[in-house]
Design a protein around this ligand. Structure first.
Ligand code: NDP
Length: 247
């Protein structure tokens, strides 16, 4: 695992938005950020799942989170702008933005992928993170040292056959990260990096590898050190890096 031990109050006073916060790695990230003192903005498409995470954070006595039900497949520019306005009114800044939500999509020969499925996946995995980041830039600039994380994949760094639009979308995410990171370098305090979680025990992993023993892979909570490192002040100055949750 990525070698980092986070102090309990690492994220005290920070406001962190996590997409896909209702399940899997995003849920673990939201819970972990809250447990380390952050006010977490839970963005996702299934309200009941977001409410369950909200209740868990509240029951644990961590800072009060906020819920943002939004379907990244259908969200428009005005939805992102409205969210930015709401966050400005509630928190006045954004210290962390974790682009975690994604679709796996069809895993087949590229020439068998339906155009519609390609576009749906690119909308959620690439276009939405771009539009959300753009809308959040004024809030990120207001924070003293904001951190943006794009959740990537091993197939977004070295492609493999049959990983279809998912792999291509993760290459795009790495590109988005690199362009943004280079633009922020020396011009702002915002750092921008990507994380490859590696095989992790979630619904997406199960869908990709149905025959695999789930116990073979770590739970989402076990891969949190790299996220905490990048979201907290210890990673100030780390920019444009493609990191691995497994170290
Ligand atoms: P899951 O499928 O378990 O969770 C994905 C989350 O994204 C869910 O909460 C889901 O919402 C949300 N989501 C999907 N589509 C939308 C949408 N249109 N609008 C809003 N939210 C949406 O995936 P993982 O936790 O496994 O994956 C998290 C990230 O890690 C992804 O970026 C994935 O590519 C990456 N990754 C995962 C690996 C693994 O082994 N698990 C390995 C490498 C990378 P809902 O709950 O409502 O469906």
């Amino acid at each position: 695992m990525f070698d980092y031990s986070a102090p309990q109050d690492l994220l005290k006073g920070r406001v962190i938005l996590v997409t896909g916060a209702g399940d899997g790695i995003g849920r673990a990230c939201a819970l972990s950020c809250a447990a380390h003192g952050a006010s977490v903005v839970l963005l996702g498409r299934t309200l009941s799942k977001l409410e369950a995470v909200y209740d868990e954070i509240e029951a644990a006595g961590h800072p009060q989170p906020a819920i943002c039900p939004l379907n990244l497949e259908t969200a428009a520019e005005k939805d992102y702008d409205e969210l930015a306005d709401q966050l400005f009114d509630t928190f006045g800044k954004l210290d962390g933005l974790v682009h975690n939500a994604a679709l796996l999509g069809p895993r087949t020969l590229l020439d068998s992928v339906k155009n519609e499925a390609w576009q749906q996946l690119m909308q959620v995995n690439v276009n939405a993170p771009f539009a959300l980041t753009k809308a959040m830039m004024p809030l990120l600039r207001t924070a003293p040292d904001a951190s943006v994380i794009f959740v990537s994949s091993s197939v977004g760094r070295k492609a493999r056959a049959y990983w279809g639009p998912y792999a291509v979308s993760k290459f795009a995410i790495e590109g988005l990260m690199q362009v943004m990171a280079d633009e922020q370098e020396g011009t702002s305090e915002i750092r921008v990096n990507s994380v490859n979680p590696g095989a992790t025990r979630t619904a997406m992993r199960k869908a990709a590898y149905p025959a695999e023993e789930p116990e073979k892979n770590p739970e989402p909570a076990q891969i949190m050190p790299v996220f905490l490192y990048l979201l907290g002040p210890d990673s100030k100055g780390v920019n444009g890096q493609a990191l691995d949750a497994r170290g």
